[in-house]
Design a protein around this ligand. Structure first.
Ligand SMILES: Cc1ncc(C[n+]2csc(CCOP(=O)(O)OP(=O)(O)O)c2C)c(N)n1
Ligand SMILES: [Mg+2]
Length: 369
């Protein structure tokens, strides 16, 4: 049984039996003391603040989009516990190979909100994160990032480096060939990669039940000979423990781990989406009650470590984030060459043709004014 390869405390959580790792319940009470990671109060407070920062940044981004100042945006609302738990474990030398809905992990790597905004303003430089070591650009094409993660993992293994790779995909992404292909080779090569499926239960309007007949998504690891675990993605402590143990596993040369973080997308798929067309209000209301921030706050209150003035923090974060947005907005223009320059050292004929066509379009647009 592949689960025997997992760190001992995780072996009980067999995805074939649809077990879920959970440390606190919906009211913030500890239900599994053995699994409680040993974190001091400061770290827990810091984690809550980071989750709040991600939430405020998300709300601001949606607001800029609604004001017509930014293009389409992919909200993170409800998935912050996963991101901050990963962010507290990922180290400077580790690699982050993101999809598009894990902003908190990018921030933990050192990506700035200005850079995030540049990306959503369509600026090519919004993909080159200057201060974030070993961080790949955001991947919109579903699944491609898993190949990159396995490839980087292979390189790390060949060079015997002390590095792990963190990569993310959605529930819908598990139906892409890239998912299976990269997990297969990750298993064969035993690469140090932590694969996270953020199962937020929808791929745009498609519910996960229409995506797969598997009993859960963690179970998909079994066929590839990789240990897998399903975790309550709205439980910060469970996610933290899962990442801590997965990182120890990967870094000690034991190969990859697949984590299914079971959560719910509280917001829209993107700012172009209207979830009321395909899901019930009652379902959203039910999940809003188990919001990861709310659950952590309840835990902190019942353990007397709640000392935060959320409104004051929100104001502080808003000011800081707005300054970064205004800076990005002022600097969003870039030379059109940047759109074409970075794929090949010598641009092939087809790309040269596309560039000429685009230049023609721009001058047509200019003359129309
Ligand atoms: C290869 C590819 N096909 C289709 C799309 C369009 N698309 C964007 S997001 C998405 C759904 C993704 O759902 P999921 O993997 O569950 O991630 P989530 O958006 O829920 O985080 C689709 C089909 C795409 N970006 N790339
Ligand atoms: Mg999804």
């Amino acid at each position: 049984m592949i689960q025997k390869d997992l760190p001992e405390v995780l072996r009980d959580f067999n995805p074939l039996e649809d077990k879920v790792l959970r440390v606190i319940d919906n009211d913030g009470h500890v239900v599994n003391k053995k699994m409680m990671p040993s974190l001091d109060d400061e770290t827990i407070i810091d984690a809550y603040k980071k989750m709040l920062y991600e939430r405020v940044a998300d709300e601001m981004a949606i607001s800029y989009q609604r004001q017509g100042r930014m293009y389409t945006y992919t909200p993170n609302l409800g998935q912050e516990a996963i991101h901050i738990a990963a962010g507290l474990n990922i180290r400077e030398q580790d690699w982050l190979v993101p999809a598009f809905r894990e902003m908190g992990v990018l921030l933990a790597k050192g990506v700035t909100m200005k850079e995030m905004f540049l990306f959503y303003l369509g600026n090519e430089h919004g993909g080159s994160f200057k201060n974030a070591n070993n961080t790949l650009p955001i991947a919109i094409s579903i699944g491609t990032q898993f190949h990159h993660a396995t490839g980087i993992g292979y390189s790390i293994k060949q060079q015997k480096k002390n590095e792990a790779v963190y990569t993310f995909i959605g529930d819908g992404g598990t139906s892409e060939g890239d998912f299976s292909e990269s997990l297969n080779f990750a298993g064969v090569w035993q690469v140090p990669v932590i694969f996270t499926i953020q199962n937020n239960q929808y791929a745009i309007s498609v519910p996960v039940e229409s995506q797969t007949k598997s009993i859960n998504l963690a179970v998909k690891s079994v066929a590839f000979g990789i240990p897998g675990i399903k975790v309550d993605g709205n439980d910060f402590f469970a996610m933290y423990l899962a990442y801590k143990l997965a990182a120890e596993h990967a870094l000690s040369g034991k190969g990859p781990v697949l984590i299914e973080a079971f959560t719910y997308r509280l917001g829209a798929h993107t700012t172009s989406d209207d979830p009321s067309k395909y899901r019930k209000k009652e379902e959203e209301e039910e999940w809003a009650l188990v919001d990861p921030l709310l659950r952590l706050e309840k835990y902190m209150r019942s353990n007397n470590i709640w000392n935060l003035d959320v409104e004051a923090l929100r104001e502080e974060y808003k000011k800081e984030i707005d300054a970064q947005f205004v800076d990005a907005e002022k600097n969003k223009a870039y030379p059109i060459d940047d759109i074409f320059n970075y794929m090949y050292s010598d641009m092939p004929q087809e790309l040269l043709r596309q560039k000429a066509e685009y230049e023609q379009f721009l001058s047509w647009k200019e003359n129309k004014k």
